[in-house]
Write a protein that binds this ligand. Structure first.
Ligand SMILES: [Mn+2]
Length: 199
């Protein structure tokens, strides 16, 4: 299933498929672009099926309802939300169009990479583990970006041998998405990715 979200500042595309043979996806995401910011939350619920979806969809709803808040506050709210639920790995990305910066925080195995037109890559490091409502440290960083930067954020159901060349060699979110298609056919896990380009 493909969902796109675009304005003058960002073009994004989200793609999601459940594990082969399943109908309920344990990954959930939320994306929204406004005139001021783009926000993306991606969560991978532990295990699979409905209980995994219960955790991950709680995260996407929570971030939707609190999207004006900053990333550090949001990830802590996400952790509290998962108390008494199955845990989840969670990443939150918020892009500030006016200051041309993005802030990222992640706990667990969701991957994020941003490539700039001048050829550099930003790979913010996650904290290992998962959110489960227990006291938790976070690693939240803000970076500046250049116009034309592209990014990819994905759960561990997508396994990519050469992520840098995928970002470097494709010039639109549609091209990026097409180039990822061959990696989405043989799935042992739920799979979600979001690609984006900044203007
Ligand atoms: Mn997974």
């Amino acid at each position: 299933m493909i969902v796109t979200e675009a304005n003058n500042h960002v073009h994004t595309l989200a793609y999601q498929l459940p594990k082969q043979g399943k109908t309920c996806c344990g990954d959930s995401y939320f994306i929204r672009a406004t005139d001021e910011y783009f926000i993306c939350a991606l969560a991978d619920g532990l295990g699979s099926g409905e209980r995994a979806n219960e955790s991950s969809s709680a995260i996407s709803s929570l971030v939707e309802q609190n999207q004006e808040k900053d990333v550090e506050e949001l990830i802590d709210l996400c952790n509290k939300e998962l108390k008494d639920k199955r845990g989840a790995t969670v990443s939150i990305l918020k892009i500030d169009f006016r200051n041309k910066t993005f802030t990222y925080s992640s706990v667990g195995n969701i991957r994020f990479i941003l490539s700039t037109p001048s050829g550099t890559f930003v790979y913010p490091l996650p904290i290992l583990g998962y959110l489960s409502g227990k006291p938790q440290k976070y690693r939240t960083h803000t970076y500046s970006y250049e116009e034309g930067s592209k990014f990819l954020i994905h759960t561990d159901g997508l396994v990519l041998p050469a992520v840098k060349s995928v970002l470097k060699n494709n010039h639109s979110i549609e091209e990026l998405s097409n180039s990822l298609e061959e990696y989405t056919t043989n799935r042992n896990d739920d799979l979600t990715y979001i690609v984006g380009q900044l203007f």
